[in-house]
Write a protein that binds this ligand. Structure first.
Ligand code: DQA
Length: 146
């Protein structure tokens, strides 16, 4: 049986949430987001493994480790959304449902942020909802998993 566990993966610079460009990303810190995601997931019967890294390879290793151990992945790839082919390749390889979250509305920002390589392999994408986007992602994945 698949573990009732979700991988919550945050990419580069998201460890600085709360102080990093609060006018763009808000005042909520990453530990606060991880706590609210964990609490909501628990209500819905899921555990959460939260990983943040500024290193692409560490994110890829965490995706690989989710295979057989997690039922779905919530990912904010940060700037790697716009540059990485290896992260979507890893997501495709592990064959888990993926929800992609961006705190800001990347489509309303600089043109280089408008394209995310991860979106092509995500089941759902939320951008611009702030921290609530992570909660929508939990509800989505919990709702579709057995
Ligand atoms: C982000 C948007 C990216 O363009 C940016 O590089 C980030 C955060 C967001 O959550 O809005 O680091 O993924």
């Amino acid at each position: 049986m698949t573990a009732r566990r979700l991988l919550l993966l945050n990419g580069p610079n998201l460890n600085l949430l709360g102080t990093r460009q609060p006018e763009v990303y808000g005042a909520t810190t990453l530990p606060e987001i991880e706590a609210s995601v964990t609490a909501l997931a628990a209500e819905l019967g899921f555990e959460v493994r939260a990983v943040q890294s500024n290193h692409e390879g560490v994110l890829i290793d965490a995706i690989h480790e989710a295979r057989g151990d997690c039922a779905g992945i919530i990912i904010n790839p940060g700037a790697y959304s716009h540059t990485s082919v290896a992260i979507p390749d890893a997501l495709t390889s592990v064959e888990l449902p993926v929800a992609e979250v961006h705190l800001s509305n990347i489509h309303r920002r600089e043109p280089f942020r408008h394209h995310s390589y991860v979106s092509a392999v995500a089941e759902m994408v939320i951008a611009g909802a702030g921290p609530a986007g992570y909660e929508y992602a939990v509800r989505y994945l919990a709702g579709k998993l057995p």
